[in-house]
Design a protein around this ligand. Structure first.
Ligand code: ADP
Ligand code: MG
Length: 327
C-alpha cells in the first residue's frame, strides 16, 4: 500500500508548497474560516495546518488516510458539478506515504478529539485519543524522509519557503472570507484577516501585491448572464519592477489558464502595443456546469464549454476598463 501511494504521491506531492496547497484546500472544503499554517525549515522539517472547519468524525479518520477515499463525491454524476477543491481522495494518502503525517480532529458534535496516523509498508492506521479544539490539524514531519531520491530535489529552505508563501498568497486572494496566518520558524510572517468589505479586500490585495499595485489599479466588475468578472487590473502607468503579478481565478480556484491569460494580454496589447505587461488580480465566476475542472491533475487548467464566449467576455471587460483609463 505504501508503494502504490508513493507512486501516486509523485503527482501531487512535489515539494512542501504542494503539500500545503492540498492541506489548505482540504480546510477550505471543510468550511474553515480560519487557517493557521506553521512551517519549520521551509516545510521540509515540519508543516502544520490547523483549521476551524467541520472536522472528521472518529470513525472516518482511517478512511480519510486511505487512497481514493473522498467524502466529497457520492456518485459519478457529481463529477459534473464539482464545487469542492479536492475530489480525488489522494492527497492525505499520498502525503502520508512520503512523510510522517498525523491527523487530529474534533467535529463540533463530538465530545473528544482523536488522532490518526498511518505507518509501515501496509500503512496500518492507528487511532488514539487527543486534545484539540473544534476543527482539524494535520502535521507533516520530515517530508521525503523515506524517498531520498525525491528529497534530493528539494531546494534550500529559503526557496522552499518562497514557494509556500506564493501558494498562501494565491489562496489568500481567492478567499477574502477566510483568515490565514503563516509562520516560519516560529515567526509570524503573514497575517491576512477576514476581509468582508471592499476596502478590507483591497487592503489584502495590497498586502499580497504591494501598495503600489493597488494604488495603480483599475477596479473592474461586470456581469453578463450568469457570468461575472471582477477584480483589479494594473493601469498602464504601473511599472512592474518585481515579479509577475498575474492572479486569475475561476470559481474560486487559482488558475494559470491560457485562454484567460490570452484574453487579458490581448486587451492590453491592443491598446498599448509598446508596453503590454499586464498585472492583475481577477475573478471569473460562472455556472459550474459551464466549466470542466477535471482537465489537469494539478487543477490549474479548466475547459470552458463555450470558450470563445468566455474569452470575448474577459477581453471586453479588460479592454473597456483600460480604455476608460486612457481616455
Ligand atoms: P479529497 O480532498 O480529494 O477528498 P484528501 O486525501 O485530500 O481527498 O482528503 C481525504 C478526506 O479527508 C476528505 O474527503 C475529507 O473528508 C477529509 N479531510 C481532509 N482534510 C480535512 C479537514 N481539514 N477537515 C475536514 N475533513 C478533512
Ligand atoms: Mg484534498
Amino acid at each position: 500500500a505504501r508503494l502504490a501511494n508513493q507512486i501516486a504521491a509523485g503527482e501531487v506531492v512535489e515539494r512542501p508548497a504542494s503539500v500545503i496547497k492540498e492541506l489548505i484546500e482540504n480546510s477550505l472544503d471543510a468550511g474553515a474560516t480560519n487557517i493557521h499554517i506553521e512551517v519549520v525549515k521551509g516545510g521540509i522539517k515540519k508543516i502544520r495546518i490547523s483549521d476551524n472547519g467541520s472536522g472528521i468524525v472518529k470513525d472516518e479518520l482511517t478512511l480519510a488516510l486511505s487512497r481514493h477515499a473522498t467524502s466529497k463525491i457520492k456518485d459519478l454524476n457529481d463529477l459534473e458539478a464539482i464545487n469542492s477543491l479536492g475530489f480525488r481522495g489522494e492527497a492525505l494518502a499520498s502525503i502520508s506515504s512520503v512523510a510522517r503525517l498525523t491527523l487530529t480532529s474534533k467535529p463540533k458534535e463530538q465530545v473528544n478529539a482523536w488522532q490518526a496516523n498511518a505507518e509501515g509498508r501496509d500503512m496500518a492506521v492507528t487511532v488514539k485519543p487527543a486534545a484539540h479544539p473544534d476543527g482539524t490539524s494535520i502535521e507533516v514531519l520530515d517530508l521525503f524522509f523515506n524517498t531520498p531520491a525525491r528529497r534530493k530535489f528539494l531546494r534550500t529552505e529559503k526557496t522552499e519557503f518562497h514557494h509556500i508563501d506564493e501558494v498562501v498568497r494565491r489562496i489568500a486572494l481567492a478567499r477574502f472570507d477566510v483568515g490565514f496566518t503563516l509562520t516560519h520558524n516560529g515567526k509570524t510572517v503573514r497575517q491576512y484577516r477576514i476581509a468582508s468589505t471592499k476596502a478590507q479586500q483591497a487592503k489584502r490585495v495590497a498586502m499580497v501585491c504591494g501598495q503600489k499595485f493597488i494604488e495603480n489599479a483599475i477596479e473592474v466588475e461586470c456581469q453578463h448572464d450568469d457570468m461575472t468578472f471582477s477584480g483589479w487590473l494594473a493601469k498602464p502607468s504601473f511599472s512592474r519592477s518585481q515579479n509577475d503579478l498575474c492572479y486569475s481565478y475561476v470559481n474560486g480556484r487559482m488558475m494559470r489558464d491560457k485562454l484567460i491569460n490570452h484574453a487579458i494580454r490581448q486587451a492590453y496589447s491592443d491598446l498599448l502595443p509598446h508596453d503590454a505587461y499586464p498585472a492583475f488580480v481577477l475573478f471569473l465566476t460562472l455556472n459550474h456546469k459551464d466549466v470542466d475542472v477535471n482537465v489537469h491533475p494539478a487543477k490549474h487548467e479548466v475547459r470552458f464549454h463555450q470558450s470563445r464566449y468566455v474569452h470575448d467576455f474577459i477581453y471586453s471587460v479588460c479592454h473597456q476598463g483600460l480604455q476608460n483609463e486612457l481616455s
